[in-house]
Design a protein around this ligand. Structure first.
Ligand code: ATP
Length: 295
């Protein structure tokens, strides 16, 4: 299966190392989310992958080969700066972009109309792009990246500005493309969305990769926390051996047991004291993990 491999990519702007020895893989067949704060280097990395910026070090590989211009032409790329012609009509523009990518006019038109249908934009086909709302212009941009049945997808913030139903259509489309076995990399600031959608994550901070893996793997890096909710005050938990208390708030305690037996002993002690309302493993949200790895 095709995959994109980024090995030791480095790029500076003057004194600033915007991308600093960045390595990760975008495997075929799954969705890889690319997250990191403002200025972390996501856009620069994507431009380097697409060959739009020259790397100062490192390389990009396509399977076992160095990435070439021919392969890049077959990658659906959605840049951060949206490159649409405001005065041109939606359908004409997309068909033109399809032809530029080597499609016949007839194939391009068929693909564009199908995608316009999916995004509920069919009746806007003959309007000028500038007359569309920003979210709808975004949908047109997405169609431009997806209409050619690309060999890989590199999408810079494809979900920004989309309403929930467009997010769902977009997510379905990305999954369909991934299920063809192609590598899909997309950046996003919407961590809840990334958590819901992604099979794998690459987390960038200050130009460096600080974490990679599935959401489950990233969760596994943190401590195993449990939340105990009692009928009465939970302050006594602080004195239980083998229990590290992260927080107590009235009748609720957030604890990290040293091991299984400490956890069982805590629960027994709580039951002996009376009313246990709830005792459950706390699964951290991706936003918690993100804060931890980028701190
Ligand atoms: N052409 C350029 N010239 C100078 N500095 C640049 C250039 N492009 C990017 N940078 C700088 O490189 C750093 C990384 O920027 P980049 O756009 O890659 O980050 P990002 O993770 O995509 O951020 P955001 O989420 O805000 O879009 C930033 O400090 C940015 O100001």
């Amino acid at each position: 299966m095709a995959q994109i491999e980024v090995i030791g990519l480095t790029r500076s702007f003057g004194e600033l190392r915007a991308v600093d020895d960045v390595s990760f893989t975008v495997p075929g067949g799954i969705l890889t989310g690319f997250v990191g704060g403002n200025g972390a280097g996501k856009t620069t990395t994507m431009r380097l992958i697409m060959g739009l910026l020259a790397a100062h070090g490192g390389e990009v590989r396509w399977g076992d080969e160095p990435m070439t211009t021919q392969v890049r032409r077959r990658i659906g790329y959605m840049p951060e700066e949206r490159g649409l012609y405001p005065k041109q009509k939606v359908l004409d523009q997309l068909v033109y972009l399809g032809e530029l990518s080597g499609m016949t006019a007839a194939d391009a038109k068929a693909s564009v109309l199908e995608h316009l249908d999916r995004f509920g934009l069919r009746e806007r086909a003959s309007e000028r792009v500038e007359k569309l709302s920003l979210g709808n212009q975004q949908r047109v941009q997405i169609i431009a990246a997806l209409m050619t049945t690309p060999d890989a997808l590199i999408l810079d913030e494809p979900f920004s500005g989309l309403d929930p139903s467009a997010v769902d259509s977009m997510a379905d489309l990305l999954r369909e493309h991934a299920s063809r076995g192609i590598p899909v990399l997309f950046s996003s600031h919407q961590l809840d969305l990334v958590e819901r959608l992604c099979d794998r994550l690459v987390v960038l901070a200050h130009g460096r990769v600080v974490a990679t893996g599935t959401v489950e793997e990233l969760r596994g890096r943190g401590p195993e926390l449990y939340r105990l909710t009692l009928g009465g005050d939970a302050g006594w938990v602080r004195d239980v051996d083998g229990i590290h208390v992260h927080d107590v708030d009235g009748s609720t305690a957030l604890v990290e047991p040293d091991d299984d037996s400490a956890r069982q002993a805590l629960l027994r002690a709580a039951l002996e004291r009376g009313d246990v309302v709830d005792f459950a493993r706390q699964v951290p949200a991706l936003s918690d993990i993100y804060r931890e790895v980028t701190a």
